[in-house]
Design a protein around this ligand. Structure first.
Ligand code: SF4
Length: 102
């Protein structure tokens, strides 16, 4: 959430469009169901927000590279593991996950 002051996700959208990085090799068209942040530290709102993406048709949850890689400010989320675990426990089993974008 705090990284949004520095990054509006431009490279995420570019990599989706060009099917590069985590999106390389995906054959089907990629439709973006929504672009959300975690809801603020310590990420407890993230499952609620991810649930809403799935309710609106998402079949994959993609964690932007700021979460685990700390792009672009060199500050990975200290709550990443807990937040991702909570989301995966909450969502249906058929949902897929990518843990970075570029
Ligand atoms: S929970 Fe992680 S991703 Fe969310 S604002 Fe805090 S440090 Fe950033």
């Amino acid at each position: 959430m705090q990284t949004e002051d520095y990054c509006p996700g431009t490279t995420d959208f570019k990599f989706i469009r060009e099917k590069k990085g985590a999106f390389a090799g995906i054959q089907e068209d990629i439709e973006i169901a929504g672009f959300i942040n975690c809801g603020g530290c310590p990420g407890k709102k993230a499952p609620l927000r991810a649930r809403e993406l799935v309710r609106r048709g998402a079949d994959t949850i993609v964690f932007a590279s700021c979460i685990k890689r700390g792009n672009p400010i060199g500050y990975p989320c200290p709550f990443a593991k807990k937040m991702i675990d909570m989301i995966q426990k909450d969502l249906p089993e058929h949902i897929k996950y990518l843990d970075y974008t570029h």
